[in-house]
Design a protein around this ligand. Sequence first.
Ligand code: ADP
Length: 255
Amino acid sequence: MASLLSVHDLCYTYHTREADTPALAQISFHVEPGEFVSIVGPSGCGKSTLLSIIAGLIAPESGTIALGTDAPHPIGYMFQRDQLLEWRTILSNAYLGLEIRGELTPENKAYVKHLLTQYGLGDFLSRRPSQLSGGMRQRAALVRTMALRPELLLLDEPFSALDYQTRLSVSDEIWRILRETGKTAVLVTHDISEAISLGDRVLVLSRRPGRIVKDIPMDFGPERTPLSVRGLPAFQSYFQEIWQAMTQEGGETDA
Ligand code: ADP
């Protein structure tokens, strides 16, 4: 089976008038269709830069990115902030991506309404973002992303603005939605527990410039859910392994 995403020997340095900041060094990995890959690393190690390069928002300095799909909009992006527009209703926020691309067809509108209903937002279509809880807003943002039927979802710390309890339940919900729809996802986070609980695999990045220092399959068995694995002994050993890999490497942090 062809990989959905192949990253090969990627390097990136930010050049500013004051300094050159090497952000990523020799990053190579593959993501298979249907996989959920977590990338964890300390703050400032280049995680957002990596996702921006995969999304095509920044051109790599060297190295290549290849996508094994010819879907019209292969990549969807979810950010830390949900970026919902307060002057629009939840429904028209969810339409936004389609509207921008000139694809707001009756069929696509029906699909968006179906997704909103499926994700528990059916009674909130005409509400404004500020009238929803943080978790509901993140689900609305997910619908806006899913409306374009992406095959690969890039998740840039999408739960970090939520309080701890909401964060656990929303990440569990979003994980289930992606699983059920067979989507492929790459999550970046500095939260080791989040990386372990959501990922089929965890790639560990060193401090800046980010390099992959470990690639660990999360072997929790088929019944795993993000919440259930948190209580397992294997969770603790993965945590230790990742913590050591993250802290033992040299390099620089922003902290
Ligand atoms: P992370 O997402 O892991 O916190 P980033 O990818 O945001 O890290 O940033 C990696 C490094 O590059 C950091 O040291 C950051 O300060 C630096 N950086 C990010 N964006 C810019 C920029 N536009 N110009 C210069 N340096 C930047």
